[in-house]
Design a protein around this ligand. Sequence first.
Ligand code: FES
Length: 249
Amino acid sequence: MTTARTTVKPRGTAPAGIGITRRRDRWWLAPGIQATLFTVCATYLFFSGIIWTPLFGTAYKVDEYLSPLFSPLIKPDWLPTWISPGLFILWVPLGFRATCYYYRKAYYRFYFADPPGCAVGEPTIHRRYKMETAFPFILQNIHRYFLYLAFIPLAFLWIDAALSAAPDGRLRLGLGVAILFVNAALLTGYSCFSCSRRTQARYSLWQRLTTMNIHHMAWAWSSLITVTLADVYIRLLALGILVDPSIRL
Ligand code: FES
């Protein structure tokens, strides 16, 4: 993931050839689990955000619970039913996660074997890659702009959680409310890692004040899982498969 302008990767000291290593531990376990989890979540989120509603008419909002995949809800009158409103917003969190430094490390590892693990050999074809110094991977450098954009839907997620707690003016304490608040909190923890060079000073301050950055990987995975589960929960409510346990005060 170097940004140095080289056309050929240096050989390094790891053994050449995919998967070749002197390591004796189960180095493949973590990338294997991560690949499975990431693929399952990403596939589900794609179908739920883009395909299901146009194809099956499945509701993404029920009883003031709005799926986080559709927040903020942008649904103009002229929008044909075969286009999901999720299209207007999903490109922001998708671009944000796809360009995140942690996820880059993870999916370069488990999708591209580049390298498959520390001190583990990678395919020799990778020596010709320019990686993030050339198109398309040079686009990873727009991560800082996705970071700024991501704060917009994030603010709406907090608003949605607050609205779900008072759907008719009365306070509702429900599992769905809790899920939406937890989801907004975890996404906030994940997003509040600033990687812009222009914010190095703030980053240093941030690093001194908190240990959150150390746990960026945990925030990344937990927020991915909760956003998936929040959508699953609301879809199941909308389908009548689940009933939201809640009380009104
Ligand atoms: Fe992961 Fe910026 S590095 S959100």
